[in-house]
Design a protein around this ligand. Structure first.
Ligand SMILES: [Zn+2]
Length: 374
């Protein structure tokens, strides 16, 4: 007992968002599940939607939630924001579009020992499965493969490779492995003697328990200073740092009025933006795998001469209007998707931002946090 507690406490335990996708859609070869990419799909596939009722879909969602209830998994049936890494379960159709033999109920691209690839896409071929609760059990089964679990004997277990019954559980004892040559032998051996698998111990090792302490994402705005007044048309460096206490935080920069947004991952290089004349709010929104969201709004005024607009000043308690030189390291990404807004004003990322002068106004930084229901 102590040995395996020590064993899994040494590994990172990171919660996971699992998205049950009932809508189908285009899938292509690749590793980014958030972009509809699947490692074991060659070329592209138009995956069919689920044809059951909304009530049946709710039964499936409930079944997956119940199976993963002890663990740090958030099961959602509405698409997370595109910037959030996630594991996707495509639910619908049958095995033929993926080139898989008839009679197969689901597919995971790999048995992913120790969850080495944290975000993946798996499939449940629901057209050939009798009941919604069985679809839910097979969805949990395929996600189990993506977290490093293998087939076990015992029809009562989710990871049984033969049963098509609903209502199965992962089980918290050492169940005999079905394969003679399992893939993740050393992982199973941390929890069980002989060729056996304790699914609950392994899932806890990878995901941690449900409801474990989990901080919301933290956002640090290096530039621009909130409330900055800039010269319209010059390049403004946006330098943001997003951190979290677990892997898997995703974030986005956007300016709604300009219909500009960019998905960011990890620590991103600064971006240089050009604002036309007007008032803008650059929004930084970050979500972690538990669904906790942190949002920071950075108001920016762009005027012809870089001076505050004449009406300004509801927050003039501190009248220290300081000019701050901004420099950038010039290593920004070119953005081929830069868009134009209705007024024809263009905002884009460019290569080498020039130093500009900002007027600083304190007290504008607004941080909001909210917690999504798990
Ligand atoms: Zn399987």
């Amino acid at each position: 007992m102590i040995a395996w507690v020590l064993g899994w406490s040494l590994l990172a335990q990171d919660p996971l968002t699992v998205f049950l996708d009932f809508d189908g859609g285009a899938l292509t070869h690749g590793e980014d599940a958030a972009q509809g990419q699947v490692s074991c799909v060659e070329g592209s596939v138009e995956y069919p939607a689920y044809l059951g009722t909304a009530a049946e879909a709710a039964v499936i969602t409930d079944a997956v939630r119940v199976a993963f209830e002890p663990f740090g998994i958030r099961v959602v049936d509405q698409a997370p924001p595109p910037y959030l890494p996630r594991t996707t379960v495509m639910i619908g159709g049958h095995s033929a579009p993926l080139g898989v033999a008839d009679g197969v109920n689901g597919l995971a691209c790999r048995v992913d020992c120790d969850d080495a690839v944290p975000y993946e896409t798996v499939f449940v071929f629901s057209e050939t499965i009798a009941s919604a609760s069985a679809v839910g059990a097979i969805a949990a089964h395929e996600v189990g493969h993506s977290l490093g679990l293998e087939h076990v004997d015992g029809a009562m277990f989710v990871m049984n490779g033969v049963s098509t019954e609903g209502g199965r559980a992962f089980g918290d004892s050492c169940a005999p492995l079905s394969e003679r040559t399992p893939t993740c032998v050393s992982t199973h051996a941390q929890h069980c003697e002989g060729m056996a698998q304790d699914a609950t111990a392994e899932l806890l090792a990878v995901l941690g328990p449900s409801g474990a302490a989990d901080m919301p994402p933290a956002i640090v705005v290096h530039e621009p200073v909130p409330g900055a007044v800039v010269v319209a048309g010059t390049e403004v460096v946006v330098d943001i740092e997003v951190t979290d206490d677990h892997e898997g935080v995703g974030w986005q920069l956007r300016e709604d009025g300009l219909q500009w947004e960019r998905t960011m991952t990890g620590s991103a290089e600064p971006v240089a933006l050009q604002f036309p004349e007007g008032e803008f709010v650059v929004v930084v929104e970050a979500m972690d795998q538990s669904g906790q969201v942190t949002t920071v709004e950075i108001p920016v005024s762009a005027t012809r001469d870089g001076r505050p607009p004449p009406s300004g000043g509801e927050d003039t308690g501190d009248d220290a209007t300081t000019s701050t030189p901004m420099t950038a390291d010039g290593d920004t990404d070119a953005d081929p998707t830069a868009r134009e807004d209705d007024a024809g004003c263009r905002i884009q990322a460019t290569g080498t931002p020039a130093p500009i002068w900002l007027a600083m106004s304190l007290g504008w930084l607004a941080v909001r946090r909210r917690r999504y229901a798990r």
